[in-house]
Design a protein around this ligand. Structure first.
Ligand SMILES: C[S@@+](CC[C@H](N)C(=O)[O-])C[C@H]1O[C@@H](n2cnc3c(N)ncnc32)[C@H](O)[C@@H]1O
Length: 351
């Protein structure tokens, strides 16, 4: 799975335990699915999941990991071997992200260029395309030279960037799900009715579209004009999320919380986000009779841990703290009981 700011990698077991503690729950909406980790966690325990995100790379991951079922999906191994053998060639990806910037070593960039073009030929649409694009995206992520964000690359090459790009077949889960790629505000009330909605919106000004512009370009396979040291797509300047703007984010949260058609809502937010815990609790309480909160200590993203650097890559300062608290809000009937049962379930599983 790709490195991703705000990915719920460590929280997935807890979120899944909460969802399982909701009596009779079978269907779930993951409205901001990102890497699809949470959607996968829910799918793995039997939920029918609808995964949504605005990002094109997230849609591809969801088509592989959420929509497709392990038993019914096509076998992509022969085509991965075919892609592996395609001769490397220098194209947009190499020029933009390996020469004008240094996100990948050129030898890997040229293989990415060649494989990406070949995918359009051998899998122009359908499930196979999602599998091949997912394999390429994940392979590229394993050889990048960043701290996990694409706003900047490392001053010196990361050790992993020297490894040759290697494709692996995505490990799919049993069962199937549903995928959407829409703005949350536009989709929320028309998405359908769910037992549980998991809401994990961006919590501050950092734009996912800009932070993961290379994945967006790789999956789209376009060749947009690029700007700045990070060679971002020019549409990063206009494609904004209301959740990233302090002046719009509260209204956006309200729209989602009031619009989502689910008996229970699980909402993730950070104590470093735009809103206080009390404000979010009050917002959920406008709609739900019961709200409970599970605070989870978390390590801050790797960029915070390696310090503050200037554009030349020199370390110029330290961040103030390395820990933050992820807040999991549970809203809906018997919220406190759900938290208790989830905790008991997690403890039993740990014994
Ligand atoms: C905190 S991340 C979600 C992380 C995800 N739970 C995971 O574990 O990978 C927030 C996500 O919201 C998406 N996003 C931002 N604005 C959006 C909008 N208006 N509608 C839908 N998705 C949006 C971003 O692309 C990003 O993937």
């Amino acid at each position: 799975m790709i490195k991703y700011l705000g990915s719920k990698r460590l929280l997935v077991p807890r979120i899944v335990a909460l969802a399982q503690a909701v009596p009779g729950a079978r269907t779930a909406l993951d409205l901001f699915t990102g890497t699809t980790r949470v959607a996968q966690g829910l799918k793995a325990v039997g939920f029918h999941v609808t995964a949504n995100d605005r990002a094109t790379y997230s849609e591809v991951l969801a088509r592989a990991y959420v929509e497709l079922g392990a038993r019914t999906a096509p076998d992509c191994r022969a085509l991965l071997a075919h892609l592996d053998a395609v001769p490397a060639r220098r194209g947009y990806f190499t020029r933009t992200f390996c020469e004008e910037a240094r996100f990948f070593q050129p030898a890997n960039g040229m293989r990415i260029d060649a494989m990406r073009a070949e995918i359009d030929v051998i899998a122009p649409r359908g499930p196979m395309r999602a599998l091949l694009l997912t394999a390429l995206l994940e392979a590229a992520d394993r050889v990048d030279s960043t701290t996990g964000l694409q706003m900047a690359y490392l001053k010196g090459w990361s050790r992993r960037s020297a490894r040759p790009l290697a494709l692996r077949a995505p490990r799919l889960l049993a069962g199937t799900g549903t995928v959407r790629r829409e703005g949350a505000l536009e989709l929320v009330s028309g998405a359908g009715t769910f037992d549980i909605a998991y809401l994990d919106p961006p919590y501050n000004q950092h734009s996912y579209f800009a932070n993961y512009h290379i994945w967006e370009t790789l999956v789209r396979g376009d060749a947009p004009e690029a700007y700045g040291i990070a060679r971002k797509r020019t549409d990063c300047r206009v494609q904004k999320s209301a959740f990233n703007a302090r002046t719009q984010a509260w209204d956006a949260m309200r729209t989602v919380v009031h619009g989502v058609r689910a008996r229970h809502v699980l909402l993730s937010f950070s104590d470093e986000g735009f809103f206080t815990t009390q404000a979010i609790r009050a917002l959920l309480a406008e709609r739900f009779d019961e709200v409970a909160i599970v605070p989870v200590p978390a390590r801050r993203y790797v960029g915070a841990r390696i310090g503050i650097h200037n554009p030349r890559g020199e370390r110029v300062g330290e961040v103030s703290h390395l820990q933050n608290t992820e807040l999991l809000f549970v809203a809906g009937p018997d919220a406190a009981g759900i938290v208790e049962r989830a905790r008991a379930g997690e403890m039993a599983a740990a014994c």
